[in-house]
Design a binder for this molecule. Structure first.
Ligand SMILES: *[C@@H]1O[C@H](CO)[C@@H](O)[C@H](O)[C@H]1NC(C)=O
Ligand SMILES: *[C@@H]1O[C@H](CO)[C@@H](O)[C@H](O)[C@H]1NC(C)=O
Length: 377
């Protein structure tokens, strides 16, 4: 079903299903998990219901355009250059495509078009020394950044006003698979080249959540493998480390406490991969295809922070990834210095604040850890 009819059908379903699921899941949470419903869990159940029933049309024609409007309308004070856009066409190296896809003769015909969007940059910014965050947003590769992410960036900006923030508008996936892996990764690489090589930004921190976390991690590997300069720091929030290798048992157990529905995780993963043979690609399923020697060197060059929520669907894959990082380079990556956990947090919990209120946001340990990491030199 397409068009308006699908939206009406979506609304009717949610009108009935949201209260039913709140009661049903509330009982399961109470009697099977010993947890009482609170506002947070109710939000998660409602959001899971919405997401599970969202149609293609709804996402493309309503949610994504609405999120753009709503994000742009979110007022953040002292934000010079907010939303100023820069276009670039970046010629990558001939062998980049071969490195990423693992096929010997893959080559580029043209440069990569990339759109970069500033969230903030002070008028006196000095690329040679002032710090800049290069942000890769999440959303299952399927959604643009939601309005809550703008509030999140607002919190980061208020906590650390000296730091500039720039986003990359990578191409989103869809059912018809027009834009699949590695296009998004190469666009992120092009954005990095634009920042570092064309414009000389030297004090770069990569930041990404969920699918954006996957892009940050793959980009770190790619920068290492292609012998490009590395960023000083990188932080990933609930990174979707394995978009196409699924922890079925963990998903079944965690779904009730998180807001991501299993059906959509499978669907978005499917939209992102070109084909099943990519299951062994280290730039795609980063944890599943963990390469010890590459990560040892990545961690030599870049300080990494990994955060996740104890209630989230991806908690096990992120924990396994953390263990692998620890053993690949124990002196550069440890639970004490490089990991922050939100014990009862859902997926990407630092992003789920609807209003800008730095004091409240910093009440959460995971957010304080993130700021501490970003500010550390
Ligand atoms: C990068 O920025 C941080 C924070 O302002 C600063 O402490 C550090 O010295 C900068 N690094 C370089 C190499 O300029
Ligand atoms: C669910 O969605 C609402 C509306 O956007 C939002 O306010 C809330 O923070 C979300 N919560 C979670 C955990 O998904």
């Amino acid at each position: 079903m397409d068009g308006y009819a699908s939206i009406i059908w979506f609304s009717i379903k949610c009108l009935f299903l949201v209260p039913i699921n709140i009661i049903k899941d509330g009982l399961v949470l109470r009697f099977k998990h010993g947890r009482l419903l609170n506002a947070d869990l109710i939000h998660r159940i409602a959001n899971r219901t919405f997401l599970a029933h969202s149609s293609e049309y709804l996402v493309d024609c309503l949610v994504n355009p609405y999120m753009k409007k709503s994000g742009d309308a979110t007022y953040i004070s002292n934000c010079p250059h907010r939303n100023s856009i820069e276009h670039a066409n970046i010629r990558l190296r001939d062998n980049d495509l071969a490195t990423v896809t693992g096929t010997a003769d893959a080559q580029f015909q043209n440069g990569i078009d990339v759109q970069m969007r500033w969230f903030v940059k002070s008028n006196t910014f000095d690329p040679k020394k002032d710090p800049v965050i290069y942000y890769m947003h999440g959303g299952g590769f399927r959604f643009r950044e939601i309005d809550n992410m703008i509030v999140f960036l607002g919190h980061i900006h208020e906590a650390y006003p000296e730091e500039a923030i720039v986003l990359v508008d990578y191409t989103l996936t869809s059912r018809i698979k027009e834009a699949v892996f590695p296009q998004q990764l190469l666009e992120c690489l092009a954005g990095y080249e634009w920042l570092t090589k064309e414009n000389g930004y030297q004090n770069v921190t990569l930041l990404g959540d969920s699918a954006g976390g996957n892009l940050v991690l793959s980009l770190l590997e790619l920068l290492q493998k292609s012998a490009r300069p590395a960023p000083k720091k990188a932080a990933v929030i609930s990174p979707w480390v394995n978009p196409t290798v699924h922890d079925e048992e963990v998903f079944a157990k965690q779904e009730i406490v998180d807001y991501l529905p299993i059906v959509k995780i499978l669907e978005w993963g499917e939209y992102y991969i070109p084909g099943p043979e990519y299951i062994n690609n280290p730039f795609l399923d980063v944890e599943h295809n963990f390469d010890n020697s590459v990560w040892e060197k990545v961690l030599e060059r870049t300080d990494l922070l990994v955060t996740y929520g104890g209630d989230e669907m991806f908690c096990d894959q992120v924990k396994r990834f953390i263990e692998k990082l620890k053993s690949s380079n124990p002196s550069k990556f440890s639970a004490e210095n490089n990991v922050a956990v939100d014990k009862l947090g859902a997926h990407t919990s630092p992003l789920f604040f609807t209003k800008l209120n730095l004091k409240n946001w910093l009440n959460y340990n995971i957010n304080r850890e993130l700021v501490r990491f970003l500010r550390s030199s």
